[in-house]
Design a protein around this ligand. Structure first.
Ligand SMILES: Nc1ncnc2c1ncn2[C@@H]1O[C@H](COP(=O)(O)OP(=O)(O)OP(=O)(O)O)[C@@H](O)[C@H]1O
Length: 329
């Protein structure tokens, strides 16, 4: 278990992390999300003991990272941002060096190195200087050193950043496998990654926690949660706008006959839309329900407003209001 209690960090006058508290338990994969400069790396560096907080504590399986750093660090594997390594070394020499630092000796050291080499499929680059490896292989070497001593907690700072889609997929698969034996804190900018690998997500900005929940809980905070996506070749019947519980209509800018019917809070709109379509015999090509959009929740919480969406929902809501006025509803 990792317990973080009221962590603070300033750089000069700038507050990078403020009163950050959370606990991560075995079995959890915590996605650490936030815009650039939110304080993710600073927090991870404090958790792993590479940076001292101004205030607050970090306990790793009961060991305070400042008072008992060796015991705490023995429980941690850390992949820093960009997976730095000694570039002139080969992966084999680097892993051997890390294994020695981790206190692994004799046959056990060789066995563990063999294990991670196999797990990360490093065999064919073992004797090539790390500087000459592709980004994907460099990241694998970084992950190999992080798991070499089989730590019960892994801190991974943007493990898929800069990788191609296949390499990203591979690393995500690996994170899911590693989650069977270790709790994981993983920072990312990629929201689909959160749904793919995380059991819980924490959104931070300006060093503070803005949201904490499972990916499904966060998706439920989206205005698109429960939105019904319809593609109607004959266009939107005007009186569909009168459907009780409909908060707004958003048209797909790329496909004219397609739109999202946004529900009022707490309304299950889908059965009403389905019944309306069935009763009127409206031709329909697509009818699906959205779970919600993490990107929209993230943008709203972090105060970002994309230019392309400004005003769009408001216009749709105004149209509905005018329909309702005309019909005296
Ligand atoms: N050593 C330092 N000296 C001064 N400012 C720093 C230092 N380290 C980090 N900062 C600042 O603290 C803030 C938080 O940085 P941090 O790297 O933790 O953010 P992040 O969430 O990891 O961002 P990114 O997603 O871009 O990696 C940033 O504004 C950064 O410039």
């Amino acid at each position: 278990m990792i317990e973080i209690d009221h962590l603070h960090k300033r750089f000069g006058d700038f507050v990078a992390v403020e009163a950050l508290s959370f606990t991560v338990r075995p079995g959890e994969v915590l996605g650490f999300l936030g815009p650039n400069g939110a304080g993710k790396t600073t927090t991870m560096r404090m958790i792993t003991g590479f940076l001292h907080p101004d205030r607050g504590t970090v306990r790793v399986f009961g060991h305070d990272i400042r008072k008992a750093p060796l015991q705490a660090k023995a429980k941690l594997g850390y992949l820093p941002e960009g997976a730095p390594a000694y570039g002139e070394m080969t992966p084999l020499a680097f892993l051997d060096f890390v294994a020695r630092v981790r206190g692994l000796r004799g046959p056990d050291r060789r066995r563990r190195i063999d294990e991670v080499v196999q797990r990360l499929a490093l065999e064919r680059v073992l004797h090539q200087p790390i500087d000459t490896l592709s980004k994907g292989f460099k990241r694998r070497v970084g992950l190999a050193q992080a798991i070499l001593h089989r730590p019960p907690a892994l801190i991974l700072d943007e493990p898929t950043d800069g990788l191609d889609p296949n390499q990203k997929y591979e690393v995500r698969q690996l994170i899911q496998e590693l989650a069977e034996n270790s709790l994981i804190i993983v920072s990312t900018h990629i929201l689909e990654e959160v749904s793919a690998v995380c059991t819980r997500a924490l959104i931070i900005a300006r060093g503070r926690i803005l949201a904490d929940g499972t990916p499904a809980e966060l998706e439920r905070r989206s205005r698109y949660h429960g939105a019904v996506c319809v593609k109607l070749p004959g266009g939107l019947p005007p009186d569909l706008a009168l459907l009780p519980g409909l908060a707004g209509v958003e048209h797909d800018p790329r496909i004219p006959e397609r739109c999202w019917l946004i529900p009022e809070a707490g309304v299950d709109l889908y059965p009403r839309v389905r019944d309306f379509i069935a009763e009127r015999g409206v031709a329909v090509e697509e009818l699906t329900v959205e779970r919600g959009r993490l990107d929209e929740v993230f943008q709203r919480l972090t105060g970002f407003e994309p230019l392309s969406s400004q005003g769009r929902p408001a216009v749709a809501e105004a149209q509905i209001e005018s329909f309702r006025e005309q019909e005296n509803v």
